[in-house]
Design a protein around this ligand. Structure first.
Ligand code: CA
Length: 224
């Protein structure tokens, strides 16, 4: 896999380059956003690891330009761990995945391999529960064949529930995984989002999928 690594911090770039090469990838390092855009336009890469804060042109702008030019190369964004809006902007701009800094090479490699599997069509890009489907590639959700429009957050919540079939997930887990809060926000954000999701997914269907487990949390499974 030929990977374009766009990172201006020399130490991090070298760390990624070494790590990817050791895992059998073929990384090309680039330190500026404008250079990355012209490289990605001229040459073919299997994926781009793209930092957001860059000289020349920031990562989100590189990504938007690529997608405007109908370039569908998979892009994994490197974001500041605490910056949620950056991630949401990134996904909306067409990123395939993101990783918060600092990260381990193992995790980066795992994400790149997952991207590779999705590209070759063998990966888990389609999640299903009864007649509900979620397609990670097209970001499309359907129930009984009918398309359902979800917000970015509702989609993330549903994706997380679908990745843990039959498991009861606590509010704390959902807060951490979907909202990135590592503290109790003292609000009912999870419950409010679950209610919206439930209306969109279950209204008008005899079989309900979003289940509340009293005093514990939520799970996705067919029920009355
Ligand atoms: Ca940077």
């Amino acid at each position: 896999m030929r990977i374009l690594v766009v990172e201006d911090e020399k130490k991090i770039a070298a760390f990624i380059g070494r790590g990817l090469a050791a895992e059998g990838f073929n990384p090309l390092l680039c330190a500026r956003g404008d250079d990355a855009l012209s490289l990605a336009t001229k040459e073919r890469f299997d994926a781009i690891v793209l930092d957001v804060m860059l000289p020349g042109r920031d990562g989100l702008s590189v990504l938007r330009q690529l997608r405007e030019r109908r370039n569908t190369v998979p892009v994994l964004l490197l974001t500041a761990r605490s910056n949620l809006s950056e991630r949401i902007d990134g996904l909306n701009a067409g990123a395939d995945d993101y990783l918060g800094k600092p990260f381990s090479i193992d995790e980066l490699v795992a994400r790149l391999r997952a991207i590779q599997r999705r590209q070759s069509g063998e990966g888990l890009n389609l999640f299903q529960c009864e007649d509900l489907t979620l397609n990670l590639s097209t970001r499309e959700v359907t129930r009984a064949g009918k398309k359902i429009e979800l917000t970015t957050r509702e989609f993330a919540l549903l994706e997380y529930l679908l990745r843990s079939p039959g498991r009861v997930l606590t509010r704390t887990q959902l807060c951490e995984q979907v909202w990135d809060y590592h503290f109790d926000p003292g609000t009912n954000v999870v419950d409010v989002c679950i209610q919206r999701l439930r209306r969109k997914l279950d209204d008008g269907h005899a079989v309900k999928l979003v289940q509340t487990v009293r005093g514990v949390g939520y799970t996705l499974k067919p029920g009355a």
